[in-house]
Design a protein around this ligand. Structure first.
Ligand code: MTE
Length: 322
């Protein structure tokens, strides 16, 4: 397998966060970490049992494939996709799939709040009952210049926006990952701005391509890939596709994502794929297809321009590509 090695996602603490913020956050989280550790000792066996429970949605899959979304490359081998991951909550290496098994995915409550008609909470299984599940074959392009092709199952993000009924003042959607350092050891690394968040404009979120994922390869989503609910926005670099989401907040202000907060000079809000705009430290002109020796030229909007290019008309002053 030809793999591009991870370059520079981790930063020395001093470069990541102003020192005053760093230390105040460390003090705060040290307290939270101690509490979490205490809670872990008596309950750890029970927590492990809860983490090991089979996914109750197994019988929902496979779901019908939407023929509209076709690939120009073979589907990436399932074993590669489920074991070569970016999921910093469980560590900064690619081999986090074993550690991610500790994630407890039931009960899993999702909050819809901010500028909405009525804030609500809904359990993942209730949400699944209300959403039209389908399978879509999507390309996935990581900002690190590797690519995969994935058969996702899920439903359009637009359907969740419809359920939430945002007010007319809402312009953005911020999404947030769980926060639980007792199961996610990466969240004890206090120089990262946990919890992981990402954001889209409402126009992006309601675009046909924006997809909320609950399964992959005809099965419930593996924990390493962001169970029980993650985003897939295939025209953007992979870091926008946030995993294990617990909250959707509608806002008037543009939200700042995890990587933007950590290193805004390299990772911005828009992060649309563009082969002609290099990352400050490497080229984005081509990508390696995981599981093969192949390198291919990268395509503008990762090849999805027909769906999304119109979203960016008139935004020439914006940093659309990093
Ligand atoms: N979501 C969370 N919560 N934490 C993460 O570290 N990594 C992002 C994205 N979503 C990440 C995340 C990055 S950089 C990529 S490339 C994709 O998840 C990787 O998804 P995969 O592991 O399913 O390929």
């Amino acid at each position: 397998m030809h793999v591009i090695h991870r370059r520079g996602w981790e930063l020395p603490e001093r470069e990541a966060t102003p020192e005053n913020l760093f230390f105040s956050r460390r003090t705060l989280l040290a307290g939270a970490g101690a509490a979490a550790a205490a809670a872990l000792i008596p309950g750890s066996a029970a927590a492990q049992r809860r983490a090991d429970l089979p996914d109750p949605t197994a019988s929902l899959y496979p779901v019908k494939r939407n023929a509209k979304f076709v690939l120009d490359r073979p589907i990436t081998d399932e074993t590669i996709n489920t074991t070569y991951n970016n999921f910093y909550e469980f560590g900064s290496s690619k081999t986090i799939s074993r550690a991610a098994r500790a994630l407890i995915i039931r009960p899993w409550t999702i909050k819809l709040d901010g500028l909405v008609d009525k804030p609500m909470e809904i359990g993942i299984d209730d949400l699944l009952k209300r959403m039209p599940l389908e399978e879509r074959l999507y390309r996935h392009r990581c900002v690190e210049a590797w690519a995969m092709a994935v058969p996702w199952s899920g439903f359009p993000l637009a359907k969740l926006v419809e359920l939430a009924k945002p007010l007319s003042s809402a312009r953005y959607l911020q999404m947030q990952t769980f926060l639980d350092a007792s199961v996610a050891s990466g969240q004890r690394q206090v120089w990262y701005p946990w919890p992981y968040t990402e954001g889209l404009t409402l126009a992006e979120a309601t675009n046909d391509l924006a997809f909320l994922v609950t399964g992959a390869y005809g099965k419930p989503l593996p924990k390493s890939m962001g169970a029980p609910l993650r985003l897939a926005v295939p025209w953007k670099y992979g870091f926008k596709s946030i995993k294990s989401i617990v909250r959707f907040s509608f806002t008037a202000e543009r939200p700042r994502g995890f990587w933007e907060r950590l290193q805004g000079s390299e990772y911005g809000f828009w992060a649309n794929v563009n082969p002609e705009v290099p990352h400050p430290r490497w080229s984005q002109a081509s990508e390696s297809l995981l599981g093969t020796d192949e390198r291919r030229p990268t395509q503008l909007f990762n090849g999805y321009g027909e769906y999304v290019a119109q979203l960016y008309k008139g935004l020439d002053g914006e940093r659309l590509w990093v």
